[in-house]
Design a protein around this ligand. Structure first.
Ligand code: UD1
Ligand code: UDP
Length: 382
């Protein structure tokens, strides 16, 4: 039988982390699959960190990133670049991930070329088109172009069914981020370089922020709350790997620069970051991926957003949505840092997002769809 050419397309750090297990799994079937990788490099340094860690060498690199890029820049550069890539590589299937602008442009470019689209991490919804912005529309638009939907959980599958997606085209797989996490986290991991100055006798509060809807005043409010937390809790150390976006970095520096027990560092490689999550007492974040990883490590997460497309951990009690208001952020963190019963209630390890085998299920579904396997693969149950 003719091999299927499967091209994985991604551009940012989280897509790379979550597609790496899929790319590596695709390489295990050389008789059935010809795996190809194209990166838009919507992120440059943060993408390269992940490519190096998983030893992935893209076949195509569009290198589109520019400082202060707009959604128009990313969409148009990715779309035009991928047109050329698809024309020359002629993939049979294009896999995109999640909800970034690369995701949407990748799915649209594949559709224009009439190539089958597989959407990894399909079906997440907040039902609010501006929160997160533009991710909620990126995933809905990608969903409407997809031929195969790899939903991480049954909740995501239900969202797709409600939108009229044929259940034959949906596979519940678990989230591939848990595959990546389980490969990377080890109890004896040693922290080096900038992280060797962390005082692990203190309670570590790990922070990340990057969402577009939080840029400016909402982030400033969060940082003021962080400042109050280190002032009030002398046994707390905040570790904050600051996103490369200059609009984030500027406000972080203004509010948190030169404070005792606030360690501001560049974005970390995934390996030290994941292991640092594992050593943290508490995590404050507006990230999507961190909301999925932390529950698997038994770490409470305060989510600096008003909505989430990941309700499973909120329902399980390990994640709380608190928004960005200074008093609310301070109040929620204070409770967890001073009330051990409340802390214990949130700190139970649960993994509603996956069991570490999502990439295997995705690749098996592709093999089944292209008739290399006779039985539809088993699904993940959370
Ligand atoms: C993007 C995604 C968001 C995802 C996030 C993960 C869109 C619209 N947004 O948001 O869904 O959650 O990535 O982090 O697709 N920069 C660098 N080096 C890097 C990465 C970023 O310098 O390695 C700077 C650049 O100045 C760039 C800016 O960060 O212009 C913003 O990057 P961009 O991809 O536009 O948006 P993010 O906020 O990172
Ligand atoms: N992450 C990382 N280094 C960091 C901060 C985060 O490797 O300094 C990882 C994190 O573990 C998660 C992913 O990056 O897997 C999340 O990326 P981000 O928060 O940028 O995007 P989102 O998940 O919100 O789309």
């Amino acid at each position: 039988m003719k091999k299927v050419k499967v091209m994985s397309v991604f551009g940012t750090r989280p897509e790379a982390i979550k597609m790496a297990p899929v790319v590596l799994e695709l390489y295990k079937y050389p008789d059935a699959i010809e795996p190809l990788v194209a990166v838009t490099a919507q992120h440059r340094e943060m993408l390269d960190q992940v490519l190096n860690l998983f030893n992935i060498r893209p076949n195509f690199d569009l290198n589109i990133m520019s400082e202060g890029q707009t959604l128009f820049d990313i969409t148009s550069r990715a779309l035009l670049g991928l047109d050329k890539v698809f024309s020359s590589a002629t993939p049979d299937v294009v896999l995109v991930h999640g909800d970034t602008t690369t995701t949407f442009a990748g799915a649209l470019a594949a559709y224009y070329h009439q190539i089958e689209v597989g959407h990894v991490e399909a079906g997440l919804r907040t039902q609010n088109k501006f929160s997160p912005y533009p991710e909620e529309m990126n995933r809905r638009l990608t969903g409407s172009l997809a031929d195969l939907n790899f939903a991480p959980t049954s909740t995501a599958k239900e969202n797709l069914l409600r939108e009229g997606v044929d259940s034959e085209k949906i596979f519940v797989t678990g989230n591939t981020v848990i595959d990546a996490l389980y490969q990377i986290v080890r109890a004896d991991f040693e922290f080096t370089d900038a992280l060797s100055r962390i005082d692990f006798s203190k309670r570590i509060v790990l922070v990340t922020t990057h969402r577009r809807e939080n840029l400016g005043e909402p982030m400033r409010q969060v940082y003021k709350a962080l400042k109050a937390i280190v002032e009030d809790f002398s046994d707390v150390e905040i570790i904050f790997p600051v996103h490369k976006n200059p609009k984030v970095r500027e406000v972080v520096k203004e509010e948190l620069g030169d404070l005792e027990r606030v360690i501001l560092i560049d974005p970390l490689d995934y390996e030290p970051f994941a292991n640092l999550m594992n050593r943290a007492t508490l995590i404050l974040t507006d990230s999507g991926g961190v909301q999925e990883e932390a529950p698997a490590l038994g770490k409470p997460v305060l989510v600096l957003r008003d909505t989430t497309e990941r309700p499973e951990a909120v329902d399980a009690g390990t994640v709380k949505l608190i928004g960005t208001n200074q008093d609310k952020v301070y109040g929620a963190a204070k409770i967890l840092l001073s009330d051990s019963a409340q802390y214990r209630k949130m700190a139970e390890a649960r993994s509603p997002y996956g069991d570490g085998h999502a990439a295997e299920r995705i690749v098996k579904a592709l093999l089944w769809r292209h008739k290399f396997l006779s039985n539809r693969p088993d699904e993940f149950t959370n």
